[in-house]
Design a protein around this ligand. Structure first.
Ligand SMILES: Nc1ncnc2c1ncn2[C@@H]1O[C@H](COP(=O)(O)OP(=O)(O)OP(=O)(O)O)[C@@H](O)[C@H]1O
Ligand SMILES: [Mg+2]
Length: 468
């Protein structure tokens, strides 16, 4: 079977926009060259132990030798578990695949749970393919284009030279468009990929150095290539194993990658691809880059998913799997027994666990300041102190949600800065979870309960009304 890997023009699907917005201030794990965490760097504050641990994972991924490991980030809500994973993803090299999913996504697809998991695993494995292509490299001497009267059909010639030879090539429509798109003119040194007609402008020839003033300072001058015009070059491109699956599965085809609607892929297709990729690796044509699969809120998976993950981790192509959960001892979905973090013991046994801890007051203050900065909001000192106090007593997430609300309130006062009053009003207007709980406990009878019972107009003592 011949396997296609060309996915030119395909970018990773951006289905995690909402997830990223609340972490948009994070640009990395904030580590120094020795992978030691800095107190406040790249948008990351505190949580030093967890960041140090993730630094080691980062090194593991970079070396690309270890795959099929499971890591669990466990800790109380809003202690930065998701933030840490986002930081890690930003520190990974550009060729290393990183896939982020939320466990509940697995159940909302039109494909089975196991297929959805398999696809996520395979999206996280990169295959770096080496290909030899023929390119024409030289200095453009002359471009001559004849347009037909209607303008629809174009035809032309290009003269290219090296220091040793000179050749005239015929140009078709596509090449003429490409040349004008890249704004190629005489005196440019260019490289044309013979397999797909792509043109790259390498720079300007030294022989045209006197044009310097006309070209501007960003022009790069290089010398005219020597030797043959046609040379063989090695090019590298990276695709994910999932992309290779989709392109080669007959029912789906290449376009499915754009819609994201890839359906189930037959296991025979995958087997053949694994075999082929294995061969390429043996022959030195491809490198396998195990990336990272991040499964957020992992306790939402059920026992079938967990046991399938166990299996996938043993697959010959497996990424490093990072999971995050805020559950303590709780039930594993699909079973009647409880286990730590809601994960079955066999999976837990395979995992190394990174713990996140609740933040200190000064850390909360720093994070809130970073968030204000990120949301481009001015806040005065008293207000940030109050907001920090709220963060300590309720949660970091509640406090950071108050930023945008109180900013709108300050705007209403025609002020450009959040002051203590705005925070107070926002705090009274929007409940945090603990105030909401106590309100519920006091007024329980006014709400519909599990049996459909509710009491209307408690004050005039009408008694229970049963809802159908
Ligand atoms: N150490 C940190 N440095 C900077 N920002 C942080 C840090 N920790 C958390 N944040 C920010 O605080 C907010 C809450 O953190 P996050 O969503 O990562 O918590 P979580 O541990 O994933 O919580 P949950 O268990 O509810 O999913 C986010 O906006 C996050 O970017
Ligand atoms: Mg989270």
């Amino acid at each position: 079977m011949s396997i296609t890997t060309s996915t030119e023009g395909i970018t990773n699907e951006g289905n995690n926009l909402a997830l990223i917005a609340s972490h948009s201030h994070i640009t990395g794990l904030g580590l120094d060259d020795n992978l030691q965490p800095r107190e406040n760097s790249q948008g990351m504050v505190g949580q030093l132990k967890a960041r140090k641990a993730l630094g080691i994972i980062l090194r593991m991924v970079e070396e690309g030798k270890i795959a099929g490991r499971a890591i669990l980030i466990a800790g109380p809500p809003s202690t930065g578990k998701t933030a840490l994973a986002m930081g890690l993803s930003q520190n990974l090299g550009k060729d290393v695949p990183f896939t982020a999913i939320t466990a509940s996504e697995i159940f909302s697809k039109e494909i089975s749970k196991t297929e959805a998991l398999t696809q996520s695993f395979r999206k996280s494995i990169g295959i770096r393919i080496k290909e030899e292509t023929e390119v024409i490299e030289g200095e453009v001497i002359e471009i001559q284009i004849d347009r037909s009267l209607t303008g629809g059909h174009k035809q032309g010639k290009i003269t290219i030279r090296t220091t040793d030879m000179e050749t005239i090539y015929e140009l078709g429509n596509k090449m003429i468009d490409e040349l004008s798109k890249e704004k190629i003119i005489a005196g440019d040194i260019i490289s044309i990929d013979k397999s797909n007609g792509k043109i790259i402008k390498l720079g300007r020839s030294f022989s045209r150095a006197r044009d310097y003033d006309a070209m501007g300072s960003d022009t790069k001058f290089i010398s005219c290539p020597e030797g043959e015009l046609q040379v063989r070059k090695e090019v590298l491109h990276t695709v994910s194993l999932h992309e290779i699956d989709v392109i080669n599965s007959r029912q789906q085809g290449f376009l499915a990658l754009f819609s994201g609607d890839t359906g189930e892929i037959r296991s025979e297709v995958r087997d053949q691809i694994n075999l082929k990729v294995g061969e390429w690796k043996e022959e030195g044509k491809a490198d396998i880059i195990p990336g990272v699969l991040f499964i957020d809120e992992v306790h939402m998976l059920d026992i079938e998913c967990f046991s399938f993950i166990n299996r996938l981790l043993e697959d010959e192509f497996s990424p490093i799997v990072i999971m995050a959960t805020n559950r303590g001892i709780s039930k594993t979905r699909g079973t009647n027994y409880k286990s730590p973090h809601g994960l079955p013991l066999d999976l837990l046994d395979r995992s190394i666990i990174i713990q996140t801890e609740n933040y200190q007051e000064d850390e909360i203050e720093s994070i809130l300041k970073i968030r204000c900065n990120e949301e481009e909001v001015e806040i005065n000192n008293d207000a940030i102190k109050l907001l920090t106090k709220i963060g300590v007593e309720t949660s970091l997430r509640y406090a950071s949600n108050l930023i945008s609300v109180s900013y709108l309130m300050s705007k209403k006062r025609r002020s450009n800065e959040i002051e203590i009053e705005d925070i107070k009003r926002a705090y009274l207007l929007f409940l945090d979870s603990s105030r909401s709980v106590s309100y519920l406990q006091e007024n329980e009878s006014n709400y519909i309960d599990d049996n459909g019972n509710v009491e209307f107009n408690k004050s005039n003592g009408d008694g229970d009304v049963v809802m159908e």
